[in-house]
Design a protein around this ligand. Structure first.
Ligand code: GTP
Ligand code: ZN
Length: 436
């Protein structure tokens, strides 16, 4: 998996004229030295729900800082401890609502951004913090323009995995949509994970075979099954979930994050939007630890048209139609954190309820090919402007294939891989609206 370098927004290099000539630039603003570090969980009309790492909050903030959050004195600042944010416990964080500080100008703030906050950090109604800095983004997942939104936008920053949720039946899988999502993942430098749902309705084998050539890892889920494998794949990562309507994405989110409804409702409460109407991305923290570690017997309501998932998950202790996910013990957690230090505060899923398309207009074939270094070396020999499609004249991929021993497993494997990559390249040149 090839990772792209850090992303530069055009506004990263934007130098904004100071609109108020008399105001000193941030270098001279002492409050910012003691800004707290936070992660953006939700964005709604200029209001940002942020999770503060309390270890980065200056001690006087909770006991009475200056109204703008600036420190009372220089001495206290040295007492602040900075721990590895990946090790912050749930108790070590607090949700606050923030607005952008004026000096950020038009700089965008998106879900997943790591930001520095000043101001009212104690939370509570009417308390507003200010985002004074957006840290450089490691990865960005973009969507291109649709009819109502002519601008290319960043959906999520700093995610490291794109979970492509596809039902095996009802609705039928759409390989073209999967391909589009893979391309978007490779372009953004995210690892793809295929999550095939509703395995109780259809055999996953054909789809698994089609994507194994690309080395795309896959998890299969079904009503009544365990969610542990999915939990393991998500733990310690920031995973964006995408999938078209009806594939069971909400069912999964509600099972993975038992209080997801409450969390989303809470976000909407503080941002002033009604419950369950959020259409932009929302980051939800995965629970990591189950003190009981028991897995109750499967519930017998698979496929029923019972109460809605919302109603189901509202009753205490229920996980929808799933067996309760077994989470991790201390040792496993320790190991996960060591190997997946990327996600702060454990793991996150970013639900994208309003995102229904991935335009790929901004993606170049070369960028996609970087995810397949062996084939990239082959196509470096192609004639200029080669599309690498199956009917492209003199494409080096064909020559490479014909050079492998016919009928060998090597040849069969390579053929499947070339076919898959060609499908991705076709997805790339498909200039539809990108809806999935
Ligand atoms: N048979 C079966 N049905 C499932 C499974 N997972 C979810 N469903 C059902 O599929 C339907 C759609 O699930 P949702 O979770 O609402 O799907 P969604 O992807 O969130 O769709 P939207 O809410 O429209 O975005 C519901 O009736 C679920 O009960 C599964 O593993 N097997
Ligand atoms: Zn070629």
């Amino acid at each position: 998996m090839v990772r792209q370098g850090r992303d530069f927004d055009e506004d990263d290099v934007r130098i904004r004229a100071n609109p108020r000539g008399s105001r000193p630039r941030s270098r001279l603003r002492p409050g910012h030295l003691d800004a707290a570090e936070a992660m953006v969980l939700a964005v709604d009309r200029g209001r940002y729900t942020c999770l503060i790492d309390l270890d980065t909050v200056h001690e006087t903030d909770s006991e009475g800082a200056n109204p703008d959050g600036s420190p009372r004195g220089h001495r206290e600042r040295t007492r602040r401890s900075r721990r590895d944010p990946g090790r912050v416990s749930q108790a070590g964080t607090r949700e606050v609502v923030a607005m952008k500080a004026r000096e950020l100008g038009r700089k965008g703030v998106v879900v997943g951004d790591r930001v520095s906050l000043v101001g009212e950090l104690r939370g509570g109604p009417d308390a507003l913090a200010r985002v004074v800095r957006v840290h450089p983004r490691e990865h960005v997942l973009r969507r291109t323009a649709d009819d109502t939104d002519p601008v290319e936008r960043i959906i999520v920053a700093n995610a490291d995995q794109l979970v492509i949720v596809t039902a095996l039946a009802d609705p039928e899988p759409r390989p073209r949509m999967i391909d589009r999502c893979l391309v978007a993942a490779y372009d953004a430098g995210l690892s793809p994970l295929l999550c095939l749902t509703k395995a109780d309705l259809a055999d996953p084998a054909p789809l698994l075979a089609a994507y194994s050539a690309l080395g795309v890892p896959a998890i299969v889920t079904q009503h009544g099954g365990s969610l542990r494998p999915l939990h393991e794949a998500l733990a310690g990562r920031v995973s964006v979930l995408v999938g078209h309507s009806g594939v069971g994405k909400s069912t999964l989110v509600n099972a993975l994050v038992p209080d997801a409804d409450r969390a989303i409702g809470h976000v909407n409460d503080v941002t002033g939007r009604g419950r369950h109407t959020s259409t932009s991305a929302v980051a939800l923290r995965l629970p990591e630890y189950s003190p009981t570690r028991t897995e109750p017997a499967p519930r017998d309501d698979a496929g029923s048209d019972g109460p809605s998932r919302r109603a189901r998950s509202a009753s205490a202790g229920e996980h929808g139609p799933w067996t309760q996910p077994i989470l991790f013990d201390d040792e496993e957690l320790e190991e996960l954190r060591e190997h997946r230090p990327h996600a702060p505060y454990g793991g996150w899923v970013v639900d994208t309820p309003g995102v229904r398309s991935f335009g790929l207009a901004h993606v170049s074939p070369d960028r996609v090919m970087q995810a397949f270094p062996d084939l990239a070396a082959v196509i470096a020999q192609c004639p200029r402007g080669c599309t690498h499609a199956a009917d492209a004249p003199d494409c080096a991929l064909d020559e490479w294939l014909s050079g492998l021993p016919q009928g060998s497993t090597e040849h069969t494997g390579a053929t499947a891989r070339v076919d898959s990559v060609r499908r991705l390249l076709i997805a790339l040149t498909d200039r539809s609206d990108g809806a999935y």
